[in-house]
Design a protein around this ligand. Structure first.
Ligand code: MRU
Length: 358
């Protein structure tokens, strides 16, 4: 499986080159494939906020590289670099609130800098740490893809109609994707009849990014309006809803792209299985339940305009971009540490006590 996924890899969205971060600009896809270069922590924070890069793991990885560039600048200033670097930590951590991967990656960077040996070069250590966060996300994707396929096989036969939401693929991670990694692997194993892709209003991660990634790999894909989900489940033989996550709390509640919660409710009603795929860096054991997750609200203009052109009536728009799916609507959470079926606090605690595989 690993080799076949590696051979099928087509899209990379994050590159660290010559001490700069290059990001495939996700605001422009699929019409234009433009690379956006960041040369400072502030530039990375802006790129995250403005969704040049998006997806929970991808923003964590980008923030880690952003911190490296912040550190380089602080060392060059020659002041107390540890104190000065706090400004960069804060700027990067505040770029988006919901995905815990951002603060997880920054904590990894902080811990590495706290462990410097006497005489060790902080910049070399930080760069290696960011590269390791990037590489381990890729590895986690490969492991989850295998686990997810095993789970599909365990429950059903060979012909899956899968519904997915948002973009959880190569664009959203350091490698192959979380939910989309499982879907790609299932396709390589001949298990997929069709992948139905929610367009994912208002930012259109589904129609612009997921449909592009899947079509580029020859996966049978059908785009649908978000509001078609109930009808699809009733009439198109959907067997699984497979989605990613931005934060999973200690009791197994899952924050993900707005619209995920209603899919889980619909899946329960129609007897469709619901799988969440996310690496353990998305699990926040410090928050008891999904009620504690900060939900990002973005500008109303994302709903009121298309490509800068106003089309809506002259009203205000409410634009929360994530929602929380309660654990009791979830059949399985697939991580690189293993699978938790029917998640609850005890099962999540047992999972998190296992060592990270990568
Ligand atoms: O606002 P976005 O596009 O960053 O939201 C992304 C999602 O909600 C994804 O489903 C989630 O980050 C999982 S990505 C592997």
């Amino acid at each position: 499986m690993r080799e076949r996924l590696l051979a099928a890899e087509k899209v990379k969205a994050i590159e660290w080159e010559g001490g700069q971060l290059r990001l495939l600009d996700q605001r422009k896809l699929p019409l234009e494939e433009l690379w956006h270069t960041c040369d400072s922590a502030a530039a990375v924070a802006t790129a995250i906020r403005e969704m040049v890069v998006r997806g929970a793991p991808a923003i964590g990885i980008s923030a880690a590289y952003g911190l490296v560039m912040g550190l380089r600048a602080r060392l060059a200033e020659g002041e107390d670099w540890r104190a000065a670097l706090e400004v960069d930590f804060e700027l990067l951590a505040g770029a988006r609130p919901t995905a815990v991967n951002l603060s997880w990656a920054l904590n990894q960077m902080r811990e590495r800098l706290d462990r410097l040996k006497p005489g060790e070069d902080p910049l070399i250590a930080a760069e290696a740490q960011a590269a390791s966060i990037h590489a381990s996300d890729r590895e986690a994707n490969l492991t989850m893809a295998q686990f997810g396929v095993d789970l599909i096989r365990k429950h059903q036969g060979n012909s899956q109609n899968i519904l997915t939401h948002c973009n959880t693929g190569a664009l959203a991670t350091g490698g192959f994707g979380t939910a989309l990694g499982v879907i790609r692997a299932a396709h390589l194993e001949g298990l997929v009849e069709c992948v139905y892709v929610d367009e994912t209003r208002p930012w259109l991660q589904g129609s612009r990014l997921t449909a592009w990634e899947l079509a580029g790999e020859g996966v049978p894909v059908m785009l649908n309006a978000d509001s078609a989900a109930a009808h699809l489940m009733k009439t198109r033989g959907i067997t699984w809803v497979i989605v990613g996550a931005d934060r999973i709390t200690a009791n197994g509640d899952v924050a993900n792209k707005i619209g995920t919660y209603q899919l889980a409710v619909l899946a329960m009603h129609h007897g469709v299985r619901f799988m969440v795929v996310a690496s353990s860096s998305t699990i926040d054991m410090e928050l008891e339940s999904g009620d504690d997750i900060p939900i990002e609200e973005r500008a109303g203009r994302e709903l009121l305009e298309v490509n800068g052109h106003r089309f809506a009536a002259d009203v205000e728009a409410f634009n929360p971009v994530f929602d929380v799916t309660p654990a009791d609507l979830i059949d399985a959470i697939v991580t690189e540490k293993g699978i938790v079926e029917r998640p609850n606090a005890a099962k999540l605690a047992a999972l998190m006590s296992r060592k990270r595989l990568h």
